[in-house]
Design a protein around this ligand. Structure first.
Ligand code: MN
Ligand code: MN
Length: 453
């Protein structure tokens, strides 16, 4: 094992820092899967990619699944090089009927998405990101809480003085209840109507609805056809006096989305056709038609076969799939020395020691895991060593300590070789995740070496 900073030349250190700056603006700009797709589309156009093109093309499905490809020197029949990552992140979704008033305070109810620790989400600044689709199909984009002049939102927590029985004596997971994750959104009552003799009810809620109507043209019932998420407000930032780290929301898995996208753009003449995919719904088990479990990927390959004048028959499809090599680009847990007891020091990943090949995840006896074959791991080691990529090969946590899953098993079902790979994070799945700049840089280098080879 070697520290990335013992291996980088002074020029490479500068390149790593520049990549870090660009990554920070990406994280700041793209906090939802739709915003990530929007960001990539903007940069794809600049790089000469054309929707549906056979040479350098992309497919955007429902603004949540994006696939970008580039032809290689070798024909498609010999297989593809695929990198797949996910662009959804744990967050708080507004409920379908979110708005209520209690004691002259207005709140928005939420339903969390993905694996969160609920206590991370209270008493911090939150922004609202998303869309509202009106009955007539008109889409209203909403981002509130990111500009300096914007108001923001928060979920209030109980003061320590009164929290002893309600929180302090409880288990951590039970101290904050999902149904209590309500965003504070208003506290000024609507002006009383002049002739109103009878007591008007819920005037604070009415005032909030009036503001939504004035500013966004939306009615209360429009929330039923909306996707609005509460996410941590503010920018991603450098962390540490030495700027060793990048801190920000949603690095699982936008760090892999960003680095694989950059690698696609810099790989101008790949040997095999390149396909870089950004998927949705990974954090809830890859359900739905924009996820890895849907057959949208299969449909995409049929399209690419047709573009290459190959009949999209099952045998042609499987022939290409069995010759395809793929990376499931996703983050892993870095060893946190403060909680060393959950880790296997010998086998887990360390921050600053490069991109991590995670041969298997799963839990309790490799259950539900896609374990990459020895031959494929050796193949990747060879590529990385030839290209001077600093990498580590690791597992995640002690056996029987917990576990997790990625999209790799869904892609493996088509017959391709695939392994999980990505940088290690600290505070993974929190509202402020931490990545090491050296790992960001080597993740990009690894993806570039893979796509080119
Ligand atoms: Mn992930
Ligand atoms: Mn995750």
């Amino acid at each position: 094992m070697e520290h990335v900073f013992d291996r980088l030349s002074p020029e490479e250190k500068k390149r790593a820092e520049a990549l870090g700056e660009e990554y920070i603006s990406f994280l700041t700009e793209a906090k939802t899967e739709r915003e990530a797709v929007e960001y990539f589309l903007k940069h794809l156009e600049g790089a000469g990619f054309v929707e549906g093109d056979s040479e350098k093309g992309f497919l955007n499905y429902k603004d949540k699944f994006l696939a970008c490809w580039r032809q290689g020197e070798r024909p498609l029949k010999e297989g593809l090089k695929i990198i797949v990552s996910h662009i959804d992140t744990p967050r708080l979704d507004l409920k379908l009927h979110p708005l209520f008033e209690e004691m002259d305070l207005a709140f928005l109810k939420t339903h969390y998405y993905g694996g969160i620790k609920k206590y991370h989400w209270v008493a911090i600044p939150l922004a609202l990101h998303g869309i509202v689709v009106k009955k007539n199909g008109e889409k209203v984009k909403i981002v509130i809480g990111e500009e300096e002049k914007d108001p923001l939102f928060t979920i209030c927590d109980l003061l320590p003085h009164l929290a002893r029985k309600k929180q302090e004596e409880k288990k951590l997971g039970e101290a904050i209840l999902a149904e209590n994750l309500n965003l504070l959104i208003g506290g000024i009552p609507l002006e009383k109507s002049p002739k109103g003799k009878k007591e008007e009810k819920e005037r604070v809620k009415k005032k909030i609805l009036q503001l939504f109507k004035e500013r966004y043209g939306i009615e209360e019932e429009d929330f039923t056809s909306a996707e609005i998420y509460a996410v941590p407000a503010g920018k991603a930032r450098w962390v540490g006096l030495d700027k060793a780290f990048i801190g920000g929301y949603g690095q699982d898995d936008r760090i892999c989305a960003f680095t694989s996208f950059k690698a696609l753009l810099t790989t101008e003449k790949p040997k095999y056709p390149n396909l870089v995919i950004f998927m949705d719904r990974e954090e809830i088990g890859s359900e739905g038609n924009t996820s890895a479990k849907s057959r949208i990927f299969e449909g995409l390959i049929y399209e690419l076969l047709k573009k290459a004048k190959i009949d999209p028959t099952p045998d042609n499809f499987f022939e290409v799939m069995m010759r395809t090599k793929a990376l499931s680009a996703d983050v892993t847990a870095g060893i946190d020395p403060i909680y060393i007891e959950v880790h296997d020091k010998l086998n887990d990943a360390k921050l600053g020691y490069g991109v991590v090949i995670t041969r298997y995840t799963g839990h309790g006896g490799k259950y539900m895991a896609n374990e990459a074959h020895a031959e494929y791991v050796a193949y990747l080691r060879n590529i990385f060593e030839k290209n001077n990529v600093v990498y580590q090969i690791a597992s995640m946590g002690k056996v029987d300590e917990g576990g997790g899953g990625t999209v790799s098993k869904y892609f493996a079902s088509y017959g391709m070789d695939i392994v999980d790979i990505g940088p290690p994070l600290l505070s993974m799945h929190s509202t402020f995740e931490i990545a090491h700049i050296g790992d960001l840089y080597t993740t990009f280098k690894a993806f570039e070496a893979f796509l080119k080879s």
